[in-house]
Design a protein around this ligand. Structure first.
Ligand code: C2O
Ligand code: CU
Ligand code: CU
Length: 448
């Protein structure tokens, strides 16, 4: 049982400057929740922020009542319901809310974040995000790097105003009034400061040993292509052992690892290939200048290392075959018309909480063909899926394993396969460019 108070807090993120934040428990990121597979937990959220909130556990196999539907609001304490109920579409409201997570799922790095309709992007930007690690005995027994040598890395970008406040364009009343500003941010909001676990470009001291980096891209809109290089430019491979929904079948080495918003990659890096005293930089090939650097590891000393990366990591990945699918659906993710003007739509339609976009039955296996105009990281609630094809070709190496978010590249079609098991109810799928999501690129999935 956990209790989390959502409240305003001030942090020193950039040296000497104070940054007001919206937080879970006063910190950014929020507290990391550690849980065990199949052991249900309840998290009680109390909202002391000035706005309604919604909590979603991204990657969780969660009953719909605790999945954080965008109109399922936790109202602010100290604010009257009528004030917060300006959105007539709100269906359920409370001041404090128990979210119950069965966690009957593969061990994985999940994350929790705000999900309020139309306001998810600014809420995450202001700090409403945290990590949640699910573990089990089988994974513990593999001998992967653990303890101090397992590092969860929540990577995100932010922009700061001169006074240290977070700069989010739509929060600036002057910009809000000006027509056209919305259009300027259609692509999503980017920052020029890269934060890892809330700190700008950190340097972390490590032994000359293997480390497990559990990377989450918690950025609203920024894509990264990560690589590790020594100061003299030698690449250090990132050996992928897991995806969004847990361990791969077998390790996959990468020199460059693309990571879209909301994706997680579990990688092992071996610093014993580097001399003590050297540094290894984690860089972003898609960035320029300040956004090219992510963080650095300072290798301080030789040290014993009894960790290993087994050739077989897991044997329980679903092996759904195309021939098992009872339904094939097509969805286009494109710019389009919304009630608020230009925005983003799925199959031509902007999000409407009263419409059922997909109706399916518990246990159905389906193939979804997703096609994009520009980059869209597409996320399904409740279920993991496997990538069947990308651009008419076999999936890329980093598409391996069980995913809950897949990056559609510009003009590209991706086929995924999944089984809608677990729970009945109303769930979502959406683009996880948080601004695209707020500007309409979300749809309802009803499982009966
Ligand atoms: Cu990470 Cu619908 O969310
Ligand atoms: Cu989710
Ligand atoms: Cu998008």
């Amino acid at each position: 049982r956990y209790e989390i108070t959502q409240r305003e807090a001030v942090a020193e993120i950039l040296p000497g400057l104070k940054t007001p934040l919206w937080t879970y428990e006063g910190t950014f990121p929020g507290p990391t929740i550690e849980s065990r597979r199949g052991r249900p937990i309840t998290v009680t959220h109390r909202n002391e922020l000035p706005v309604p909130t919604v909590v979603h556990l991204h990657g969780g196999r969660t009953p719909a009542s605790s999945d954080g539907y965008p109109t399922d609001l936790v109202l602010p304490h100290g604010h009257t319901a009528s004030h917060a109920m300006h959105d007539p579409r709100a269906v359920v409201t409370t001041l404090t809310r128990d979210y119950t997570f069965p966690l009957d799922q593969r061990p994985a790095l999940l994350w929790y974040h705000d999900h309020r309709m139309d306001f998810t992007a600014p809420a995450i930007w202001r700090g409403l995000a945290g990590l949640h690690v699910v573990r089990d005995d089988d994974e513990d027994d593999l001998g992967l790097p653990a303890g101090d040598r397992e590092l969860p890395l929540m990577i995100c970008d932010r922009a700061f105003a001169a006074d240290g406040g977070l700069a989010y364009p739509a929060l600036d009343p002057a910009l809000r009034e000006r027509p056209g500003v919305h259009a300027a941010y259609l692509g999503g909001v980017l920052g020029d400061v890269i934060l890892v676990n809330g700190a700008p470009w950190p340097v972390h001291e490590v032994d000359a040993a293997r480390y497990r980096l559990r990377v989450l891209n918690a950025s609203n809109a920024r894509h990264y292509e990560l690589a590790a290089v020594t100061d003299d430019g030698r690449p250090v491979p990132l050996v992928q052992i897991g995806a969004d929904q847990g361990l791969l079948a077998a390790p996959v080495p990468h020199h460059r690892l693309p990571i879209a918003p909301a994706e997680r990659y579990d990688v092992v890096i071996d610093f014993s290939q580097v001399r003590p005293g050297e540094r290894v930089r984690l860089i972003n090939h898609l960035g320029a200048d300040r956004t090219r650097d992510v963080m650095a590891f300072h290798v301080t000393r030789r040290a014993p290392d009894d960790s290993r990366v087994p050739d077989v990591l897991s044997t329980d990945l679903p092996t759904w075959r195309r021939s098992e699918a009872t339904t094939v659906r097509d969805f286009s993710f494109r710019a389009g018309h919304t009630p608020h003007g230009r925005g983003w739509v799925i199959g031509g339609l902007p999000f409407d909480p009263t419409r059922t976009d997909v109706a399916t039955t518990l246990g159905a296996t389906e193939v979804w063909r997703l096609i994009a105009d520009v980059h869209h990281p597409v996320h399904l609630h409740l279920v993991g899926f496997r990538v069947l094809s990308r651009g008419g070709r076999p999936p890329l190496p980093h598409d391996a394993g069980l995913k809950d978010t897949v990056s559609l590249r510009p003009g590209e079609a991706v086929e995924i396969i999944t089984r809608f098991d677990g729970y009945r109810g109303r769930y979502l799928f959406h683009c996880h460019n948080a601004e695209h999501e707020d500007m309409g690129m979300m749809a309802n999935l009803e499982i009966t």
